[in-house]
Structure formats: C-alpha cells, structure tokens
Design a protein around this ligand. Structure first.
Ligand SMILES: CC(C)(COP(=O)(O)OP(=O)(O)OC[C@H]1O[C@@H](n2cnc3c(N)ncnc32)[C@H](O)[C@@H]1O)[C@@H](O)C(=O)NCCC(=O)NCCS
Ligand SMILES: Nc1ncnc2c1ncn2[C@@H]1O[C@H](COP(=O)(O)OP(=O)(O)OP(=O)(O)O)[C@@H](O)[C@H]1O
Length: 204
C-alpha cells in the first residue's frame, strides 16, 4: 500500500481528470471514483440490475448498457431518485475504492472523488488537493465537453459543495483557470512536495 494518500476533488468540469492524468504520467497510481462508479454499473452487475428494476429497461441503451445521459437527466431533476441512486452506488464505490487504495504501490497515490467533501471522505486521506476554477469556467467547460444544457450543469453544481466549502478543507489548491501548460507547472511542483511527504512518512 502507498505510504501517503492524496485526495483530489473539485466541482463538475473543474479539471480533476485532466489533473490526475498529469499525475499518472509521473507514475502516480490513481484511484478514480468516477471510473469505479462506471464499473459498478457495467452489464451483469447487481448495480445495473437494481437500476433497471427501479427505472425500467428504457434506462438501457441499444447495447444493453446503462444510458448514462438519461439517468443523469432523471437524477438531477428528481431529488428522491438521486438519493436512491446515491444510496445504491456509494457503498459499492467506497468498497472498491478502498480495495484499489490498498493495492496501490506508488510512493504516494491519489484518490479522485468528486464528492470528497460532501461525503466526508476528505477526513480519511493524508492531504486534500482541490482543483479550483471559477463557476463560470466550470459551466463553459462542462457544457462544451458534455454538449449539455446550461440548466443541467447548473443543477449538478447546485447539488455539490460550494467553491468556498471546498477551499476551506483544501491543503493544496491547483488553479486550473489558465492553460494546460500552467496546470502542468503546478502539478510538477506538487509532485515534488508529495514525494517528500511520502518519504518522510516512510522513514518515520
Ligand atoms: C448519473 C450518472 C449515471 C451520470 O453519468 P455521466 O457519465 O453523464 O457523468 P459522470 O459519471 O462522468 O459524472 C460527471 C460528474 O457529475 C458529478 N456527479 C456525478 N454523480 C453525482 C452525484 N450523485 N452528486 C453530485 N454530483 C455528481 C461529478 O462531478 C462527476 O464528476 C453518474 O454520474 C452516476 O452514476 N452518478 C452516481 C454515482 C456518483 O455519485 N458518482 C460520483 C461520485 S463517486
Ligand atoms: N486548463 C484547461 N484549459 C482548457 N480546458 C481544460 C483545462 N483543464 C481541463 N479542460 C477541459 O475541461 C473539461 C473538464 O475537464 P475534466 O474532464 O478534467 O474535469 P473533471 O473535473 O474531471 O470533470 P467531471 O467532474 O465532470 O468529471 C474537459 O473537456 C477538459 O479537456
């Protein structure tokens, strides 16, 4: 198991995946809750069976996989449906996240969790890294990436912690309002810092 765990979070479209991809290039093991959230509803899983029982087979696409866009539109306009989905998936995601964290072998590893603040899991990591951009950038980048309506992205943002709440628990902040080369500089500096922390823990 890695000696040191950095929890990474940020609102929708802030750049978590872009940031963790940059750390992965430096051979840091990444455990990504969004990726795990997809695995636990893959065809044949009990997660997908429960979703089909609840919403009917119209929630599947033609290839019998989960139609994620359709489910996204349901849960971010129906509070009860969102709570139901969270209660189904969050324990499954937590269990698999823990398993992958134990398996990580890099000097330090990164746990990328969109809801790190909301679900309290920031208390279980050694350090909290927040990827920060103004809300206007979250909105434009998410809309461009997902070809989504402004109202949908705004309703997802409203269901997440605020920028202020995230910054309050941050140990480190990446400002991702600039271009990718400005991002890379910040990643390289933090990588050196995290290696030092991991070494200090290993020697203690
Ligand atoms: C609703 C789903 C099917 C939409 O899938 P889609 O491929 O369109 O989006 P994706 O999974 O890439 O999520 C995009 C972003 O939406 C936000 N988001 C997703 N789920 C939630 C949630 N339950 N609450 C608040 N924000 C969320 C996060 O910022 C996430 O990074 C999917 O997000 C999902 O299964 N959500 C429930 C599980 C969950 O809470 N995942 C995120 C935290 S682990
Ligand atoms: N510095 C940047 N400049 C321009 N575009 C960027 C930058 N960083 C990220 N992006 C783009 O913004 C979009 C959102 O980034 P990314 O997918 O990494 O965010 P995320 O936090 O993982 O999002 P989500 O919460 O929705 O999973 C992507 O299309 C990405 O390519």
């Amino acid at each position: 198991m890695s000696q040191f765990v950095v929890g990474v979070s940020g609102g929708i479209g802030s750049g978590k995946t872009t940031v963790t991809n940059a750390f992965a290039k430096l051979n840091v093991d990444i455990i990504d809750a969004d990726v795990i959230a997809r695995d636990v509803v893959a065809p044949g899983t009990k997660g997908l069976r429960a979703i089909v029982d609840k919403f009917g087979s119209q929630i599947l696409d033609q290839g019998q996989c989960l139609n994620r866009r359709a489910l996204r539109e349901i849960i971010f306009s129906d509070e009860q449906a969102k709570s139901w989905l969270n209660e189904l998936l969050h324990p499954l995601i937590r269990q698999e996240t823990l398993r992958q964290t134990i398996d990580a072998t890099s000097a330090y590893c990164m746990l990328s969790v969109p809801l790190l603040i909301e679900n309290g899991s920031y208390k279980n990591v050694d350090r909290v890294l927040i990827v920060d951009v103004p809300e206007s950038i979250q909105l434009t980048r998410s809309m461009a990436r997902d070809k989504a309506e402004e109202a949908l992205i705004k309703s997802i943002m409203a269901s997440q912690a605020s920028r202020q709440q995230r910054l309050e628990v941050a140990d480190d902040v990446i400002d991702n309002s600039g271009n990718e080369s400005e991002l890379t500089k910040q990643v390289l500096a933090l990588h050196q810092r995290y290696l030092q922390f991991a070494n200090a823990v290993a020697q203690s």
